[in-house]
Design a protein around this ligand. Structure first.
Ligand SMILES: *[C@@H]1O[C@H](CO)[C@@H](O)[C@H](O)[C@H]1NC(C)=O
Length: 246
């Protein structure tokens, strides 16, 4: 809990004290302020830049690393004359990957297989001759032993909530569907019962049926049974049936 609050304060402080781009410089370099990683994972240290000049063949990008609590800063990566060079010193030489593209104003690198002791500040510096005046940008890396439990809890509740929502939607659809089916079935039963009753009555009282029939047939939304009924009727009383069909 206090870890999270501390991090938030740090972030706020970083935002408030971050030096803005100097108006006299013509090349601007941007990185994140802070990045977080867990032991064994990897992080991308993004670095982008903006230059008033066309990207020249002589563009150079340099990354420095200063370990937490150390005063020494060492060069760990260099891009010059169109080629990336990983410095053959320090702890990152085997774990570093160049992912940038100077023509897209991107000088990013990736640090693989993070270690607990990788905490420190990485500095990205770009020179685009003749555009060489400008400030470098720094990003601080924090490596945690494992994902803090709070992140796990938050992630868990988000996933749980999403699953619950899906379950509720499925249940609602299912209920609505079964209600509709039951309604259809009831309607069907009522209609066939009505039809049966009418036919029985029609057998007994032909004149009464002829008056009721149009009304009842209008209520029936079942053309097949209607047709069958009219055929039956046609056999019994041809005169009546002709009247119905009109
Ligand atoms: C690196 O930073 C994290 C976050 O501040 C801290 O928990 C961890 O102990 C640090 N690692 C070392 C080796 O100091």
């Amino acid at each position: 809990m206090s870890q999270g609050a501390g991090d938030l304060l740090l972030l706020l402080a970083a935002l408030l004290w971050a030096p803005g781009p100097s108006p006299t410089s013509s090349i601007h370099v941007y990185t994140q302020r802070e990045v977080y990683g867990t032991v064994g994972s990897h992080v991308t240290l993004s670095c982008s830049f903006w230059s008033t000049e066309w990207i020249s063949e002589d563009i150079s990008i340099t990354w420095h690393f200063q370990a937490e609590g150390s005063r020494d800063s060492t060069s760990i990566f260099h891009y010059a004359k169109g080629q990336p060079y990983i410095d053959d010193v320090g702890t990152f030489k085997e774990r570093m990957e160049w992912v940038g593209n100077p023509h897209r104003k991107d000088g990013s690198i990736v640090i693989h297989n993070l270690d607990y002791t990788d905490n420190g500040t990485f500095t990205c510096d770009v020179k685009n001759p003749p555009d060489i005046v400008g400030k470098s940008s720094q990003v601080t890396l924090y490596v945690f032993e494992k994902v803090p439990t709070r992140y796990g809890v938050v992630l868990g509740s988000i996933i749980g909530g999403a699953l619950l929502l899906v379950a509720v939607v499925v249940a609602i659809v299912y209920i609505l569907r079964s209600c509709w089916l039951r309604r259809q079935a009831t309607l069907q039963r009522r209609l066939s019962a009505m039809e049966k009753g009418k036919l029985q009555r029609s057998a007994k009282d032909a004149s009464k049926r002829s008056r009721q029939a149009p009304v009842l047939y209008a209520m029936l939304d079942h053309s097949r049974s209607t047709k069958a009924a009219s055929e039956k009727k046609a056999k019994g009383a041809p005169g009546e049936s002709r009247k119905d069909k009109k």
